[in-house]
Write a protein that binds this ligand. Structure first.
Ligand SMILES: Cc1ncc(COP(=O)(O)O)c(C=O)c1O
Length: 356
């Protein structure tokens, strides 16, 4: 009787549980966030009179030791503005071979900044000072002029890996000695800080610019902030306008960001624990070849079975995941992934029948 009930509950769960692990960008605004958005005081941010947008920009700038913030519609736009600001056509940007600016920004560095990328094979998405030193071109007319170093923390395609702050310091010191600016793609910087017990003040004075996404682990529907100093602010704002990123009553969106900074930062540790729980389970599954141990909220794993077969079998059970390229699949935990969802996934994963 109990067994029958158990099966019935499992069957019902299979029908009702929808677990979307495709990305932390799929979240819906919470009730509290929606309330904050609806009650935001707004103005026209293109003429710089939106008080809520200004508040968000100032809050993040102060936290990370910058003069100004610039609210942007997306992380890609914030990164691209930074590249356009720091380099000119023909210049070269040093970045890790797994960088988002290369893989997922539509060729933006070439199209927007006219730059080539020096793709360095780092350690799971992370560079070190020696790698950067070796990639800086000599001041020689035959070579592209190295003009920028771009780091990513956490490194998405590498499985959400985090930089040690001392490594960041070494890279930034090296860059300074060569007169080179460093940009940080911090789309998931709050995840990195949560995982490594860093605080925003650890980042003071290191980077020429930083982009921070609100629409990833922090759970906002839209928005990223580009942090810059006064000397770059007018240029950043001009470029944002030129590429169509000036938004009018953006305070409704910025209010979601302010809400997330107050309410969704501490909970990131839970996302990381849940990613670890998924990885532990995957490690025990006979149909899984290898799991990359997660450092934050992203689990990358390599199944023995064909990727399509795994994705389809999971989808049938209401679990949605994405391929990462190179034979890997990815699961990302976020605001809507509860402990119950993780137990459900683990049960399904353990019993998945995908081997030919
Ligand atoms: C590391 C990293 N940088 C930048 C972005 C771009 O953000 P958006 O999708 O808002 O353009 C993403 C998106 O996932 C990302 O993972």
């Amino acid at each position: 009787m109990i067994n029958a009930l158990g099966s019935l509950i499992l069957a019902l769960k299979i029908i009702v549980m929808n677990v979307d692990l495709r990305s932390d960008t799929i979240t819906q605004p919470t009730e509290g966030m929606l309330k904050a958005m609806f009650s935001a005081k707004v103005g026209d941010d293109v003429i710089d009179i939106d008080p809520t947008t200004r508040e968000l920009e100032n809050q993040l700038a102060a936290a990370f030791g910058f003069d100004r913030g610039l609210f942007c519609p997306s992380g890609s736009m914030a990164n691209q503005i930074a590249l356009m600001m720091h380099v000119k056509p023909g210049d070269e940007i040093i970045c890790d071979a797994l960088s988002h600016i290369y893989w997922y920004e539509g060729g933006g560095p070439a199209a927007n900044a006219g730059a080539s990328l020096r793709m360095v094979q780092g350690d799971r998405g992370r560079l070190n000072a020696k790698m950067v030193q070796d990639a800086i071109n000599p001041d020689n007319e035959h070579a592209a002029q190295t003009a920028l170093i771009s780091l990513e923390n956490t490194a998405n395609k590498a499985g959400g890996t985090c930089y040690d702050i001392d490594e960041i310091r070494s890279i930034c010191n090296l860059a300074k000695s060569h007169g080179l600016p460093v940009h940080l793609d911090g789309a998931r910087l709050y995840n990195a800080m949560a995982a490594t017990q860093q605080s925003p003040s650890d980042y003071h004075g290191l980077f020429k610019s930083m982009s921070i996404c609100l629409s990833k682990g922090l759970g906002c529907p839209v928005g990223s902030v580009l942090l810059v100093n006064d000397s770059d602010y007018r240029m950043a704002r001009r470029i944002r306008k030129r590429i169509g990123g000036g938004m009018r009553q953006s305070g409704f969106l910025a209010a979601a960001g302010l809400y997330a900074l107050s309410n969704h930062v501490e909970r990131l540790q839970m996302d990381h624990q849940r990613a670890t729980d998924l990885a532990t389970c995957l490690n025990e599954c006979t149909w899984v070849e290898r799991v990359i141990e997660p450092e934050t909220n992203i689990v990358v794993f390599f199944p023995k079975a064909p990727l399509d077969a795994v994705q389809d079998a999971l989808r049938e059970k209401g679990i949605h995941i994405l391929p990462m390229g190179g034979g890997a699949l990815r699961m990302v935990t976020h605001l809507h992934i509860t402990d119950e969802a993780i137990s459900y996934c683990n049960e399904i994963l353990k019993n998945l029948n995908v081997m030919p």
